[in-house]
Ligand binder design. Structure first.
Ligand SMILES: *Cc1c(COP(=O)(O)O)cnc(C)c1O
Length: 221
C-alpha cells in the first residue's frame, strides 16, 4: 500500500515539476529500500549520525539530503557524500561546508533556511540575515558550495490560511533574493517547502521541493 501512496505523491509532484524528498528519519534501512526499489532515489534525514549510518548501509546512488539543523563541527562527517543541505542558517556554517567539500573536490548544494513560522522554536534566517550573508565578501571565495535555493517550515497548526501565508512569504523572499543576487544564476531555483500535512498548499504556493516523511513511511513514534 505504501507503493500506492508513493505513486500518488509522485504523480502529484511530477505534473508540477516538484521534487520529492522522501524523509526517512527514524525509519530502518529496509523501509528505505522498499521505496528505493520502486525507483525513487532521493531521501532526506535530519540527523548527521543517522544519515552516515544509512549512507554506509544503502546503495550508493541514493541522493542524500540533510534537512535538519546542522552543527558546524559535524559537517565533516557528511561532506564526502551529501548532495544537498537544506538547513544553512549562518555564514560560519556555509564556510565550513565549503571547507569540507573542498577536501573531496565536491560542490554541495545549499539552501538558506528561512524563518517563516510564528513559533520561536524554529531555526532560520530573517530576510535581513539572508541579505547580510549574501553580501558578505567571503562568499565569492567559496568554490565548493552553491546556494541553490531557500527552505522553510510553516507553523505546526490546523490554520491552513496561516500556513498558506507563511509559504507565500517564503516564495516572496525567494523572488527578492533571486532578483537581487541570482538574476544571472539559473541554479538558484529551489523552494524547499511542504511536508506530509501541508505539501498540497506548499505546491499551490510555488514549492519546487517537498519533504515528505510520515505520509510515505507511516507515523513516527
Ligand atoms: C521530519 C521532517 C519533515 C517531514 O515531516 P513529515 O510530517 O513526516 O512529512 C520535513 N522537513 C523536516 C525539516 C523534517 O525534520
Amino acid at each position: 500500500m505504501k507503493n500506492t501512496i508513493l505513486k500518488q505523491i509522485l504523480n502529484e509532484t511530477k505534473v508540477k515539476n516538484v521534487t520529492l524528498v522522501a524523509v526517512s528519519k527514524t525509519k530502518p534501512a529496509d523501509a528505505i529500500l522498499e521505496i528505493y526499489e520502486q525507483g525513487h532515489f532521493i531521501f532526506g534525514e535530519n540527523k548527521v549520525q543517522e544519515l552516515v549510518e544509512k549512507y554506509e548501509l544503502l546503495p550508493k546512488n541514493i541522493e542524500w539530503h540533510l534537512i535538519g539543523h546542522l552543527q558546524t563541527n559535524k559537517v565533516k562527517y557528511i561532506a564526502a557524500f551529501v548532495r544537498c543541505i537544506h538547513s544553512v542558517d549562518s555564514l560560519k556554517l556555509l564556510a565550513e561546508i565549503n571547507r569540507q567539500a573542498a577536501k573531496y573536490n565536491r560542490v554541495i548544494d545549499c539552501f538558506l533556511q528561512m524563518k517563516i513560522a510564528k513559533e520561536d522554536t524554529k531555526f532560520g534566517l530573517s530576510e535581513e540575515d539572508a541579505v547580510a550573508l549574501l553580501e558578505d565578501e567571503s562568499l565569492k571565495t567559496f568554490e565548493n558550495v552553491r546556494i541553490t535555493g531557500v527552505m522553510g517550515m510553516a507553523t505546526f497548526t490546523d490554520e491552513q490560511e496561516q500556513v498558506r501565508q507563511e509559504f507565500r512569504k517564503l516564495k516572496f523572499i525567494f523572488e527578492n533574493l533571486k532578483q537581487k543576487y541570482f538574476s544571472e544564476k539559473p541554479f538558484f531555483k529551489e523552494i524547499s517547502m511542504g511536508m506530509s500535512d501541508d505539501y498540497p498548499i506548499a505546491i499551490e504556493e510555488g514549492s519546487t521541493m517537498v519533504r515528505i516523511g510520515s505520509l510515505l513511511f507511516g507515523s513516527r513514534k
